[in-house]
Every structure is written in structure tokens, then in C-alpha cells.
Design a protein around this ligand. Structure first.
Ligand code: AMP
Length: 173
């Protein structure tokens, strides 16, 4: 199945100038869900991964399912103020202003081999910050996977020292 056909474009959401890639249409398709998970799993299996880290919030969906298939634990990276225990933060630049993400300080053990997952790679700022969080806690980023990559934003350049995979690529909006 062509997974791209299951992604819905929403122009102007959440604000003017952005074409939002809506994955809910893929999630609600049982064959699409299964195929996506299978493809992500095939990329990650056999790499000795010990933790899957998902980025809030759409990264939790396949991140959690992947952890089960890979027989690892799952760790959420969240927006500020959501995690209840002791945590570390990383801030990154946006077009206007900055954003911050957080992780529990005991979520990664030194030497953990980490798969980072999110739904979409745009500028790469979020994922670059997530990599820093993992490395601050002594984890090794073994693979990064996305459902979707907006290749024209060149977010991959910020992640060039990592093994980055995406299932669906868009060369333009
Ligand atoms: P970035 O840090 O620029 O790579 O942005 C990635 C994060 O923003 C991901 O968590 C995405 O879910 C979200 N995001 C950015 N652009 C879009 C888009 N066009 N459609 C859906 N989500 C997006």
C-alpha cells in the first residue's frame, strides 16, 4: 500500500502558511497502521536497541507500538510542565522564539541504545534537542525514524551524525 495516500493535507493549520500533515487518516486505517509499524520495525530490528523514545505527542503512537515489538521499554519526551518527576530540559530555536522539551532524568541508563521516533521531520530542531537529552543522560542514539520527512526544509542536515530514516518524503509543500 502507498502510505502517502493515507496522509491528509490541511492547509493553514495551525496557522497561515503551514500545510499540516494529518496522520490520523493513516492511524484509523488498520492496514495502514499495520504496514507503517512493520516498516518502522524492519528498520530498527537487529540493532540492539534497548529503549524507544517517542516525542510528544504523535511520536508516542508508533513509538509505543515499536517498543512492544522490539521488546524494549518506552520513554516519552514531553513539552514543559507535563512530566511529574525530576527531569532535564533542552531548548531550541523556532522561527519566532524558542521551544523546550523535557525527559525524566532516570529514563535513560548510561549505555542505553536508543531509537528516537517522531511523526514528522520538518526543520529538525525538535529531534536535534531530543538527541541532546538522550546524550546528556549517557544514552547512544542508534537510530532516528519518522513517518514523514519534509525534505525541502533540510532538517536532515541538523541530524547528519545520526542514522535517520523516514517512510514518506515530500519534496515540496
Ligand atoms: P521540527 O522541529 O521543525 O522538525 O518540527 C517537528 C515537529 O513539529 C514534529 O513533532 C511534528 O509533529 C511537528 N510539525 C512540524 N511541521 C509539521 C507539519 N507540516 N505537519 C504536521 N506536523 C508538523
Amino acid at each position: 500500500m502507498d502510505l502517502e495516500k493515507l496522509i491528509r493535507d490541511i492547509p493553514g493549520f495551525p496557522k497561515e502558511g503551514i500545510v499540516f500533515k494529518d496522520i490520523t487518516t493513516l492511524l484509523m486505517d488498520k492496514d495502514g497502521f499495520k504496514q507503517t509499524l512493520e516498516e518502522l520495525y524492519n528498520l530498527a530490528s537487529g540493532k540492539g536497541i534497548t529503549k524507544v523514545v517517542g516525542i510528544e505527542s504523535r511520536g508516542f503512537i508508533f513509538g509505543g507500538a515499536l517498543a512492544e515489538k522490539l521488546d524494549t521499554g518506552f520513554v516519552p519526551v514531553r513539552k514543559p510542565g507535563k512530566l511529574p518527576y525530576k527531569k532535564i530540559s533542552e531548548s531550541y530555536e523556532l522561527e519566532y522564539g524558542t521551544d523546550t522539551i523535557e525527559i525524566h532524568e532516570d529514563a535513560i541508563n548510561p549505555g542505553d541504545k536508543v531509537l528516537l521516533h517522531d511523526d514528522l521531520l520538518a526543520t529538525g530542531g525538535t529531534m536535534e534537542a531530543a538527541c541532546k537529552l538522550i546524550e546528556k543522560l549517557g544514552g547512544e542514539v542508534v537510530q532516528i525514524s519518522f513517518l514523514i520527512e519534509l525534505t525541502f526544509l533540510k532538517g536532515r542536515n541538523r541530524l547528519e551524525k545520526y542514522d535517520v530514516h523516514s517512510l514518506i518524503n515530500y519534496d515540496s509543500e
